[in-house]
Design a protein around this ligand. Sequence first.
Ligand code: NAD
Length: 284
Amino acid sequence: MPETNYQPPNEAPPGPIRPVLKGQKALVTGASKGLGQAMAIGFAQAGADVLVNYHTDEEGARQTAKAIEACGRKAEVFQADVASEDDVSAMFHRMTDAFGRIDICAPNSGIQLNARVDEMTLAQWQRVIDVNLTGMFLCAREAIRAFKKQGIDRSVSYAMGKLIFMSSVHDIIPWEGHANYAAAKGGIMLLMKSLAQEVAHLRIRVNALSPGAIRTPMNVEKLTSPEVFERVLLKLIPAKRIGEPEDVARAAVWLASDESDYVNGVTIYIDGGMTLYPGFIGAG
Ligand code: NAD
């Protein structure tokens, strides 16, 4: 990873993740790096076995699997394009073959193909919608089918299943030059709420995580430019620090656990306050 201008906060990190997912089986897409990798490892630290999906970076996925196994948990690595119906179906078959069931599905894969609208090709628009939104639908559909088929196992969770969509602060913050990305993330919000409403009676919980600026490969460019990092990015973050992948992983573990059993159809913003209209700070 290139050097960054990012400095981690001085405070001691929070304590270890508690074993709140003991015996559960999780699937995380795009888990070869970044937030998907951090969530997959977080789930394992909390006691879950994990299917690690990747698209092109097999080596990254193997590293994630190694870290999961180092927690004493099982890992299964599986290549799939989340935009492909056949690939997603095959991935869920592998999940059942490997682990016998699925308790947690965290569709996380996402891409950016940025262009101003008058220069955006249909291919750029379509691919972002296909991966970032249709991929979420395909995974959610398979997960809900599997949850319903297997029923509730009270020895691992009160819920029949948990779906955790990876969205973004750009599900509510408009983003010029990124209309395809923001449209997909905005779409995830109502996909999530509609599914939560539809399956709540089955004790299936559907929620979303919306990170702000988190230190992952997707953000390297912003973190390596002092101009963007100091004068633009930090101005947007009241907490005055970039988020860590672990900030997101901890929220994912909580949403996947019975500790959030009455939480359904919500988006948790993990953004250091980015969605709090930071332009108003000092404007009173
Ligand atoms: P990243 O680029 O590090 O990781 C993206 C992951 O998605 C990779 O593992 C990649 O292989 C996978 N992927 C891409 N296309 C795929 C496909 N067709 N099929 C399967 N997997 C595919 O990015 P990240 O920062 O870890 O982002 C992960 C998610 O978090 C994305 O949905 C992104 O929109 C969201 N997010 C990230 C941030 C941030 O600050 N990093 C902020 C808000 C939202």
